[in-house]
Design a protein around this ligand. Structure first.
Ligand SMILES: [Cu+2]
Length: 296
C-alpha cells in the first residue's frame, strides 16, 4: 500500500529531525535564554523541563498535546508560492494561542507572524534557537518573519506563556511530487495528498469517495488524485458525512454536481478527452477539499 509506506517514511524523517532539534536546544537554547533580561515569573514556581535535555525526543504530537488551539489534526499545508501568516494571540483562547498552531511549508518559505494584541506580552522563539523575535511585545500590528531554508520540524513558543500552552510548530518539508506538476500545485493544499496518483487506467469505471476522512474532518476526496484512460467513467460516491459536498471543476471544466448530503448519493462523468481535470468541493475548498483526474 503506497500511502502507508509514505506515511512511515514521513514519521521516520520526523523522528530524525526531532533529534536534531533536541541537540540544538542543549547548545544554543540555554545560552540565549540566560542572556535575556526577561526572566519569567513561572521560572521560579515550576522547574522548566527544557533546562535538562530529555533522554528520548518527544514526538511533535506529544509536544503539541497541550498546545492551545491544537486539535490533533493535520497541519495546515501551504504550497511553494504561499505567504503563510500565523496569528500571535488567537482571541478565543484568551489570546494565548498561535493560529494556526501547526503549518507545513516547503523550503524557502517566508513565514510571517502577526500580533493581534490579545493575550498581553508575546514573542516567537524557536526551542532550538533557529529564530527569535526578540523582546516581548503586546502591540497589535507587531510583525515578525523568518525564511525557512532547511527542511525540519521547528517548535516554538511565546516565552511568557509557554507553560500555559502557547506553543506552535513549523514543519518544513519538500512538497509531495507526483510527476504531474499541475496536479501537485493544485493538491498541495489537500491534506490527504501524498504525491500518489491512483492508477485506474485499466478500469472502465473508477470511484472517488466524497466526504472521506481528511482535512480536519470528513472533508476529503479519496483518492484525491487518479489517472484514467479516455472513455472511463468516474463515479463520485458520497459518504453522507460532514454535511453537503459537491464536485465542481476548477477553471471551465465539465464537472458540476449538485450539493448533496445523503449517503450513497452519486455523480458521474465520462472523460472522453485527455487532460488534467482539477476540481473541488465549493463549501470546503478552503479546508483543502480538492481533487484531480488525469486522463491519458
Ligand atoms: Cu465538501
Amino acid at each position: 500500500m503506497p500511502r502507508s509506506s509514505t506515511r512511515r517514511r514521513f514519521l521516520a524523517s520526523t523522528a530524525l529531525s526531532t533529534l536534531a532539534v533536541t541537540a540544538g536546544c542543549v547548545s544554543s537554547g540555554d545560552s540565549s535564554r540566560s542572556g535575556s533580561p526577561n526572566g519569567t515569573a513561572t521560572d521560579t514556581d515550576t522547574p522548566t523541563p527544557t533546562d535538562t535535555p530529555e533522554p528520548t525526543p518527544e514526538s511533535l504530537d506529544d509536544w503539541l498535546a497541550d498546545a492551545n488551539g491544537y486539535d490533533g489534526g493535520e497541519p495546515q499545508r501551504f504550497g511553494p508560492r504561499a505567504r503563510p501568516t500565523v496569528m500571535v494571540g488567537e482571541p478565543t483562547d484568551d489570546g494565548l494561542a498561535f493560529d494556526p498552531p501547526v503549518i507545513e511549508v516547503p523550503p524557502m518559505t517566508n513565514v510571517r507572524w502577526d500580533w493581534t494584541g490579545h493575550g498581553g506580552q508575546q514573542n516567537v522563539v524557536a526551542l532550538d534557537g533557529t529564530f527569535d523575535s526578540g523582546r516581548t511585545n503586546a502591540q497589535r500590528g507587531t510583525g515578525y518573519h523568518y525564511i525557512f531554508e532547511e527542511t525540519g520540524e521547528y517548535r516554538y513558543v511565546s516565552e511568557p506563556h509557554r507553560d500555559e500552552g502557547m506553543k506552535g510548530a513549523v514543519i518544513v518539508k519538500e512538497p509531495p511530487s507526483s510527476g504531474y506538476p499541475k496536479v501537485d500545485e493544485w493538491l498541495v493544499g489537500a491534506g490527504n495528498f501524498d504525491g500518489t496518483v491512483a492508477d485506474r487506467t485499466d478500469a472502465d469505471t473508477a470511484t472517488v469517495t466524497v466526504g472521506a476522512e481528511g482535512n480536519g474532518g470528513a472533508f476529503a476526496f479519496a483518492p484525491p488524485a487518479l489517472k484514467v484512460s479516455t472513455g472511463t467513467t468516474v463515479r463520485w460516491e458520497w459518504t453522507g458525512n460532514a454535511g453537503g459536498h459537491n464536485v465542481v471543476s476548477k477553471d471551465d471544466g465539465p464537472l458540476d454536481s449538485e450539493l448533496l448530503t445523503e449517503a450513497d448519493s452519486t455523480y458521474e462523468y465520462t472523460f472522453e478527452e485527455t487532460g488534467t481535470y482539477r476540481y473541488y468541493c465549493a463549501p470546503h475548498e478552503a479546508l483543502g477539499m480538492r481533487g484531480a483526474v488525469v486522463v491519458e
